[in-house]
Write a protein that binds this ligand. Structure first.
Ligand code: GDP
Length: 196
């Protein structure tokens, strides 16, 4: 997919304030520092689009971007911040839950997972919840340039084996690197295919 235009639309804390749901929507989420901003910038080819390493816990907003006037790319606030109060974690939960279960044009969620790390409970639980709620999702393993491709493949095989313990059918997964651009064509191609 050629990205002809990518621009910021709005930041919201309420589902009701999100843009009119008149385009397919793809939302990206993951633990803080997983590489979400870098991946969104890499996908869109716009370096300042998503802000890299914004202050942890400060960005509890749903950011909408319009791509090619065809689909919405959504940057969801991450989970797993160490220094976030209980009440803001609860606010996050409410907002994300409302968004994920009631956003009518939400086509697919992309869950970002750091390719270097073994499966983390917080990610597995988040994906299980998506499954329970019937929200379609794919997984994107980030920062694959940080180790050899042999090591990346081993790590991902371990990850998928762990998921097979609870999932009959594994969600689709992508290998990505914001450094090298690996996974860009595959993820954008997937979105293009689904939008067709
Ligand atoms: P976010 O908190 O999930 O938005 O993560 P960021 O995009 O801010 O990235 C967190 C850190 O990881 C930054 O120092 C990035 O430069 C680094 N990073 C992100 N993606 C990659 C990647 O694909 N490869 C490498 N080597 N570093 C990355």
């Amino acid at each position: 997919m050629l990205i002809r235009d990518a621009h910021f639309v709005s930041s919201n804390t309420q589902l009701a304030a999100c843009p009119t749901p008149d385009r397919p929507e793809y939302a990206f989420i993951g633990r803080s520092n997983v590489g979400k901003s870098s991946l969104l910038n890499m996908l869109t080819g716009r370096n300042g689009l998503a802000k890299i390493s914004s202050t942890p816990g400060k960005t509890q907003v749903i950011n909408h971007f319009m791509i090619n006037d065809e689909w919405y790319l959504v940057d969801l606030p991450g989970y797993g911040y160490a220094r976030v109060s209980k009440s803001s974690r609860a606010d996050w939960g409410k907002m994300i839950n409302a968004y994920l279960t009631r956003r009518e044009n939400l086509t697919c969620v992309c869950v970002l997972l750091d390719s270097r790390h073994p499966p983390q409970a917080v990610d597995l639980e988040f994906m299980e919840k998506l499954g329970e709620d019937g929200v379609p999702f794919v997984m994107a393993f980030t920062k694959t340039d940080k180790q050899s491709s042999t090591r990346t493949n081993e790590l991902i095989a371990t990850y998928l084996a762990k998921m097979s313990e609870t999932w009959d059918e594994l969600p689709r997964h992508f290998l990505t690197s914001a450094e090298t651009g690996v996974g860009r064509d595959e993820l954008l191609g997937f979105i293009e295919e689904v939008n067709r």
